[in-house]
Design a protein around this ligand. Structure first.
Ligand SMILES: [Zn+2]
Length: 228
């Protein structure tokens, strides 16, 4: 196996993502690298955007997806710092940040003209499904003894995983129904509203979104600060 990336830049560009690529390239140097784990990814500093490239059924759409992540971060919608910093919270916030970024950027992906089915690659969709299959039975087993609706990150995490901004949840619908049966309905409603707010054009601030989400999940002591 070679270390070369599976595509040339020309293979990744089309008329739908060319302007976005130019916009990001005008603000930071874009470095393409071969993905080490067969998934696409993006990491940016103020000066450089690194995109990990993997084989894809729709490479231009995958490239557009990562460019949208980069655009968000260059606009300052970055994963916030957590105070106090704890490794377990870090993991959760990294995961949630990725999901919230998807909500935030999906309208742009749609406006660019890509079909909803190309927003996530197959590996991402499979991963979400296996996460839900693992977590929802756990949530149900915790509900069973007292039959009291559950809240907190315990249900917020699988719920947010099951909610996709492009509404392609058909494969997860029965898992979502099971989650609804054991969860605090107000919490799920409030999280849905927050996700839609993130997706709207209200210019929601990432620190405020995380502060509110952790408040809803009964962890108001977790505080957030801008990344830099
Ligand atoms: Zn993504």
């Amino acid at each position: 196996m070679t270390d070369s990336i599976p595509y040339e830049l020309d293979d990744l560009l089309d008329d739908r993502n060319r302007a976005l690529h130019a916009e990001v390239a005008s603000q930071a140097r874009i470095v393409l690298q071969r993905s080490v784990d067969h998934t696409w990814g993006e990491h940016s500093t103020r000066l450089e955007v690194t995109i990990s490239v993997a084989p894809s059924k729709a490479p231009q759409a995958s490239f557009a997806h990562e460019l949208l992540h980069a655009k968000l971060e260059l606009e300052g919608w970055r994963r916030p710092r957590i105070i106090p910093a704890k490794p377990e919270t870090f993991e959760v916030v990294a995961y949630l940040y990725n999901q919230l970024a998807h909500w935030r950027m999906y309208p742009d992906f749609e406006r660019m003209g890509y079909p909803a089915s190309q927003f996530l690659n197959d590996r991402d969709s499979d991963e979400i499904r296996s996460l839900l299959k693992r977590d929802i039975p756990t949530v149900e087993s915790l509900y069973a003894p007292a039959r009291r609706p559950l809240g907190g990150l315990l249900v917020a995490l699988p719920f947010i995983a099951s909610q996709s901004p492009h509404q392609e949840i058909s494969g997860n619908l029965h898992l979502l129904k099971r989650l609804h049966r054991v969860s605090d309905a107000h919490l799920l409603r409030d999280i849905s509203l927050l996700l839609r707010e993130v997706q709207g054009d209200s210019g929601s601030d990432v620190v405020e979104v995380f502060t509110r989400l952790f408040h809803l999940c009964g962890q108001p002591e977790v505080r957030f600060r801008p990344a830099f």
